[in-house]
Design a protein around this ligand. Structure first.
Ligand code: MN
Length: 719
């Protein structure tokens, strides 16, 4: 980091945004230690150099944006990690800095925060189409294990709203609507009152510019008309409180334009009918002073019935506390008053976070993470205990006690899955057919194994292949009932008949290896062995053999146990033929990926059934000695089935070479299941997982690939 620091220091005076930075650090030094400020300066220099050459739509250097976002959060007195992440919040998306790099430079938790914000950014573009937002809310909150991500996101959105003037009208409306529907309500829920109101006000301005301006003007006129009355009221209140010995800070408060507008809409009122556009806020030292002040004011002016609300006794869902009342002032103008303590006031601005963010700041900064999560828990408690809104209570229970995750389909649809769900669960949740045919998955654009556990906010795209089928190993990691029962069902029914046939072949071969003619086994023996094995029929037993529940050689020995069958020396033991259509009863080893034409051997593995390896596969050498488990197998006649295999291609680095390769592969009638690319400068190694029908097919694919100029070498991957 040092080199960057020196570089940036030397540029201090030549780069715009510096004075903004100075102002920011000045502000932050009000509550942070000098060492924290120095640390943040380094982060700032880093971010500035990452964003260098980038500009906002206004033409300002990009760094002015993260600076402003950090400033908003600094005003909430948030911790150093949050501020660090705020300075860096766009470097992943816009400057392509990796999460690992952030983690190495600034620590794991900062990296998590930045990553969290970046994920939210992506979602914004894909899901605003169904900005009904209920699911979006859920996902947003669920994916944010660390609520500081939401703080940063809200500050980011606020600054974008503050600087929305420069973008086109259509974008203004879209962003404003999204802000109104999604971000403002979240700020409200979190008790970030100032951010909430500013977001709302700005959205209103961009959504309805004319109404906004008309209303603003109307309020201005009314205000000047009422100035005398307000002055009089202020003076009277001050005097009364002084006489009562109550120390109070009184400030005038104008209603938000948007709340005036909303009231006009909801109550079908004309502006002239809205009278309480002006209010007073009175801050006192403790709760008893609040009630005392209320008493004095109610004595001074007549309260309007039905307007009194005691949010001290029953706080709002976001922990807001205050006394509200509306008084009938002189000349009949209603005046809304809010009375609260300084502590309550702070909560109304920073939300419940203030408890932890202020109180414990000097105890141990390392505990901040814990404190944040403590805070989140507290928020949950508040939300769960609040009788205020049953509906939001329900939502929060689901959201923030996340037994569930929320993930996105490529179409932007949001699916709810149980925690621990994998890509296979997702595939089945989308559609049974997708589940049955899934072969690979892309999570947030990156290839990942099907067993990968999904996280809230992931964008998941399932890759299917027409001949793919469920695999028994999926059962070891799926967690939804739907996926599990569907895979079981498939394995049982779709391949029951085939399993029986294979089981019979496996058993016959085992019998032949004991020099016993399968035809000599009679119904009595079958019934005995079925009974002993706890199954209902010969067929069931054969199917069990095929799926590896029993080793064929053991059943063969038990069948012949009484010794009444005489071995014959004339029997020939033929290899078992494999078609590849036996479904899950036969598996092709992942290590060597045999395809028709390869010379193969079978290996029976308990509980997995018959696994087919290539003859020369290295991974099976150690099992050679256990001859009971080995089977002679051969390829049966050709089927339309495709088999998975791997090739490794070394190419010269050249633009467009990957496209040439994939086109060639497709042209030769093969499917690509997976691609993995590693580059080392001049050369690139590309590993393809392909589907081919047999060795001949693979050979034609490779031959065609070799015609491509940039290809240096092609190998089939074995082991
Ligand atoms: Mn941003």
């Amino acid at each position: 980091m040092k080199d960057i620091l020196i570089l940036a220091e030397s540029q201090l005076n030549s780069i715009a945004g510096i004075s903004e930075a100075e102002v920011l650090f000045q502000e932050l030094s009000e509550y942070l230690e000098p060492e924290d400020i120095n640390q943040l300066k380094n982060v700032y220099f880093y971010s500035q150099s990452a964003h260098s050459g980038q500009f906002r739509e206004s033409g300002e250097p990009y760094i002015s944006h993260p600076l402003a976002v950090t400033g908003i959060l600094g005003r909430l007195h948030l911790d150093v990690e949050t501020l660090t992440a705020a300075l860096l919040h766009d470097v992943m998306e816009d400057a392509h800095v990796s999460k690992t790099e952030i983690s190495n430079r600034f620590g794991e938790s900062v990296a998590e925060l930045v990553d969290g914000v970046s994920k939210l950014d992506k979602m914004e573009f894909r899901t605003h189409a169904d900005a009904k937002a209920k699911n979006f809310h859920k996902m947003l909150l669920a994916m944010t294990q660390d609520v500081r991500v939401i703080f940063i996101k809200l500050a980011d959105r606020l600054h974008n709203m503050q600087t929305l003037e420069v973008v086109g009208a259509e974008k203004q409306r879209r962003v404003a609507r999204e802000t109104m529907e999604i971000y403002a309500p979240i700020a409200d829920r979190l008790g970030l009152n100032n951010i909430y109101q500013e977001l709302q006000e700005l959205s209103f301005y961009y959504l309805f510019p004319t109404r906004y301006k008309v209303l603003k003007k109307a309020i201005k006129i009314t205000r000047s008309n009422r100035q005398e009355a307000i002055k009089e009221v202020l003076g009277a209140i001050k005097q009364c409180l002084e006489e009562a010995g109550i120390d109070a800070k009184i400030s005038g408060r104008e209603k938000q334009l948007y709340s005036v507008y909303k009231k006009m809409l909801e109550k079908h009122l004309a502006f002239s009918e809205i009278l309480d556009i002006y209010g007073l806020r009175i801050l006192v030292k403790d709760v008893s002073s609040c009630y005392a002040t209320l008493g004095i004011l109610h004595n001074l002016y007549k309260p309007i019935p039905g307007k009194f609300k005691d949010y001290i006794a029953i706080p709002k869902i976001n922990n807001y506390q205050s006394l509200h009342s509306t008084l009938l002032g002189p000349y009949g103008a209603p005046i809304e008053i809010q009375i609260r303590t300084m502590d309550m006031h702070r909560i109304s601005e920073v939300g419940v976070a203030s408890h932890w963010l202020y109180k414990n700041l000097d105890t141990n900064p390392d505990d901040l993470r814990m404190q944040t999560s403590q805070w989140l828990k507290n928020l949950l408690e508040i939300l769960s205990n609040s009788a205020d809104s049953l509906e939001s209570l329900e939502n929060f229970k689901i959201d923030l006690f996340p037994r569930e995750i929320y993930v996105c389909t490529p179409q932007g649809k949001i699916l709810t899955l149980p925690r621990e769900s994998t890509a296979v669960d997702f595939a089945y949740a989308v559609h049974t057919d997708i589940g049955d045919r899934c072969v690979a998955v892309k999570i947030n654009g990156e290839n990942a194994p099907l067993r990968t556990k999904l996280r809230s906010g992931d964008h998941v795209e399932i890759i299917t292949a027409p001949h793919a089928e469920p695999n028994s190993t999926w059962l070891t990691y799926v967690s939804t009932g739907k996926a599990r029962s569907r895979i079981r069902h498939f394995l049982k029914t779709m391949h029951y008949e085939e399993s029986i046939v294979l089981g019979r072949r496996l058993l016959n071969q085992a019998l032949l290896s004991l020099k016993i003619d399968p035809k000599t086994i009679d119904i009595v023996q079958w019934e005995r062995i079925a009974r002993e094995s706890g199954v209902n029929s010969e067929k069931e037993l054969l199917a069990d053999i095929a799926i590896g529940k029993y080793l064929p050689i053991i059943i063969a020995r038990r069948l012949t146990l009484p010794g009444n069958i005489i071995p014959s020396e004339h029997l020939v033991n033929n290899p078992i033929s494999i078609l590849g259509t036996e479904g899950f009863a036969v598996q092709f080893a992942k290590c060597c990926r045999p395809i028709p034409g390869d010379s193969i051997v079978g290996f029976i593995k308990k509980s997995q059934g018959l696994i087919v390896h290539t003859h020369d596969c290295e991974s099976i050498v150690k099992y050679r000695s256990n001859s009971d488990s080995w089977l002679d197998v051969m390829w049966g006649e050709e089927t339309a089935k495709f088999f998975e295999t791997g090739i490794k291609i070394i190419v010269i680095n050249q633009r467009g070479v990957l496209a040439k390769l994939t086109t060639s592969i497709a042209k030769m009638g093969s499917n690509i299941d997976n691609v993995n690319i590693e580059s080392d400068g001049a050369h690139t190694v590309i590993n393809f997982t392909l589907q081919v029908s047999n060795r001949r097919h693979l050979a034609t694919v490779i031959r065609d690939l070799k015609r491509i100029q940039e290809v240096v070498r092609i190998n089939r991957i074995r082991g």
